[in-house]
Design a protein around this ligand. Structure first.
Ligand SMILES: Cc1cc2nc3c(=O)[nH]c(=O)nc-3n(C[C@H](O)[C@H](O)[C@H](O)COP(=O)(O)OP(=O)(O)OC[C@H]3O[C@@H](n4cnc5c(N)ncnc54)[C@H](O)[C@@H]3O)c2cc1C
Length: 428
């Protein structure tokens, strides 16, 4: 069924008036955006703000994909770490990219503030805690972020981390006061409302089946309807089908998972005593946060190239939680879900031109909340001629995903990272 959201806690919290009508006729627009996740929504909103006639076409519901199911962490950076970016493009270029990622994070905060998005419930603070001795490395990173980006980070010694996270697993941590966590589905849906308020048109339950060119315009077909537009932006994330073969061959859909516990505030307070978002700094680590006024934990982790949901998903995630916090062994899971992320081989977004009037804004991986905000902004700036900042992503093109062997390689890389994480903990 195209009209339903998958079962998630975000969906349970939502007052859903039902889907918008599908695209059912031929319409014209300056720009057609395909995909109603945060990449498409941000692009369309930036274009609508710039006075362009925008049409956004979503196959299911606004925020139905990763954007409405994720962990809700909004922090600077990309899926490719900063050191990898420095190796790939050099210090200056990597710094320019990191600056964009901070701009993306601030764009999300500004949108929530400016549009007074009540349901997004932003809570500031992100603590990333190490599971082995890492004090010197963390202080170096803190100093670099302050020096190069004027971005404040606090170093927390082990006692301070363990006062907030009552687990012997943790050592030192870094606390980012400007990063935050949100309800991403409420946020996504508010952006769609704002696009419409500015005169843009949003269609749901309208899977785009073909994309063709007609003189100086493109024709985007969905069911009985079509959009004729000079510019088209493909923002279909981990749910991209074969609509654009070049994009299809250049990304891997990777699944990841989230669970929500039952409401047990006293029990949870024996383990977690901070409202901040928490990540554990392992490369294949867990991330979690208190929600529902501290009454429940929303816990995410694990990735796999298997796109179907594993059996006993809730048990798998719960086992991660209790291995960190044995005192939570009686805490039950209310609901668990999965979502697909789009990863390119270089782990960077695919933001750029695919040909005259055809743009990609996709492959944001597991770091999409800030990066979709900047990706959408840059594509909109390119279409309106306001800037060519999108060219900073030119080194990260449409590299072939390696087909089935690429999937196996991605899974093997994840297992190798897990092993490395485990060895680091043993050596602590
Ligand atoms: C479980 C999970 C947890 C995560 N946690 C975090 C986190 O805490 N912080 C963070 O920064 N990132 C996180 N991420 C990553 C982040 O959610 C994604 O990078 C981001 O949402 C991608 O946005 P998107 O718009 O590119 O894709 P999506 O949100 O997946 O949107 C793509 C949309 O395109 C639509 N579509 C596809 N094909 C068509 C078509 N032919 N016609 C019309 N529509 C189409 C789909 O229906 C979908 O709605 C997480 C991801 C997952 C899955």
């Amino acid at each position: 069924m195209t009209g339903s959201y998958v079962e998630t806690w975000y969906r349970e919290r939502l007052a859903d008036p039902g889907p918008r009508p599908p695209l059912a006729a031929e319409v014209e627009a300056d720009v057609c955006v395909i995909g109603g996740g945060l990449a498409g929504l941000t692009t369309a909103l930036e274009l609508a703000r710039a006075g362009r006639g925008v049409c956004l076409v979503e196959g299911r519901r606004i925020g139905w994909g990763a954007s409405g199911r994720n962990g809700g962490f909004v922090s600077p950076g990309f899926s490719a770490g900063h050191a990898a970016l420095v190796r790939a493009v050099g210090e200056d270029h990597a710094r320019a990219l990191h600056r964009l990622s901070i701009e993306g994070m601030r764009a999300v905060a500004d949108a929530i503030d400016g549009l007074a998005i009540a349901g997004a419930d932003p809570v500031f603070g992100y603590l990333s805690a190490s599971r082995h001795e890492a004090g010197d490395a963390l202080k170096t990173w803190r100093d670099q972020m302050a020096r190069d980006f004027d971005y404040p980070i606090e170093f927390w010694p082990r006692e301070q981390v363990q006062a907030a996270l009552l687990s012997p697993r943790y050592f030192q941590g870094l606390y980012q006061p400007q990063a935050f966590h949100i309800d991403p589905l409420a946020y996504s849906r508010s952006l769609a409302g704002e696009i419409e308020r500015l005169g843009g048109r949003v269609f749901e339950e309208s899977p785009v089946t073909s994309l063709g060119s007609r003189s100086a315009a493109h024709r985007v077909t969905a069911g009985e309807g079509a959009v004729i537009a000079k510019d088209v932006v493909i923002a279909t994330g981990g749910y991209s089908g074969r609509l654009c073969r070049r994009l299809h061959a250049a990304y891997l859909p990777i699944a990841t998972y989230v669970m929500l516990t039952k409401a047990e505030p006293e029990l949870i307070a024996t383990a977690i005593r901070t409202p901040a978002a928490i990540g554990d700094r392992r490369r294949a680590g867990d991330y979690y946060r208190l929600v529902d006024g501290g009454r429940r934990i929303l816990w995410g982790g694990k990735i796999t190239t298997r796109t179907d949901e594993p059996r006993r998903l809730a048990d798998l995630l719960r086992a991660s939680m209790t291995s960190t916090y044995p005192q939570l062994r009686d805490l039950e899971v209310d609901i668990a879900w999965s979502g697909l992320m789009a990863y390119a081989r270089h782990l960077m977004p695919q933001i750029g031109s695919l040909g005259p009037g055809l743009w990609s804004c996709t492959a944001f991986g597991g770091h999409g909340l800030n990066t979709t905000a900047i990706g959408g902004r840059l594509v909109a700036e390119a279409i309106t001629g306001q800037s060519d900042r999108y060219r900073l992503f030119a080194p990260f093109g449409l590299a072939w995903n390696g087909g089935p062997a690429g999937r196996m390689a991605a899974q093997a890389t994840y297992w190798a990272l897990q092993t490395q994480d485990w060895l680091n903990e043993l050596r602590r």
